[in-house]
Design a protein around this ligand. Structure first.
Ligand SMILES: [Zn+2]
Length: 138
């Protein structure tokens, strides 16, 4: 199994610009054998696990391994924690975080402007024409 770097691809992003899912790597993990997406198989004795979607749904992948979500999340947190102890990596993380925040804010501003324009257009359409009303109701 491998992970992809977070992308701006449609499949791993919600309509609001954030990734979907409740787990750290939701939507980012791919099967190391076939590249298929990893999907929740359900809990077993070891907890919640994921498997290759191509194995689960079409049986077209020979990777029948199960990967436990809690272990994956713990490994990600441990790795991230170790990275943040290095000043250069911490600075890079902060820079990347700020860039991502700015990008998300820009998306929100554009979306808000579009909604506000739609609202203004709708109000203009619904506004009674005063001259027309005067002629009708003197
Ligand atoms: Zn696979």
């Amino acid at each position: 199994m491998r992970t992809r770097a977070p992308s701006r691809g449609v499949r791993s992003r919600s309509r609001r610009g954030g990734r979907t899912g409740k787990r750290l790597l939701s939507g980012l993990m791919r099967c190391g054998s076939c590249g298929g997406s990893m999907v929740i198989q359900g809990p077993d004795r070891g907890g919640q696990c994921i498997i290759c979607s191509n194995d689960k749904e079409a049986r077209t992948c020979d990777n029948q391994s199960r990967y436990y979500v809690e272990r994956i999340d713990a490994a990600v947190v441990d790795h991230r924690r170790a990275q943040l102890k290095t000043p250069e990596l911490l600075a890079a993380y902060i820079t990347t975080h700020r860039e991502e925040r700015r990008a998300l804010e820009a998306v929100s501003r554009r979306r808000r402007a579009k909604v506000e324009k739609g609202l203004a257009d709708a109000k203009a359409r619904d506004r009674p024409d005063r001259r027309h009303d005067r002629r009708r109701h003197p």
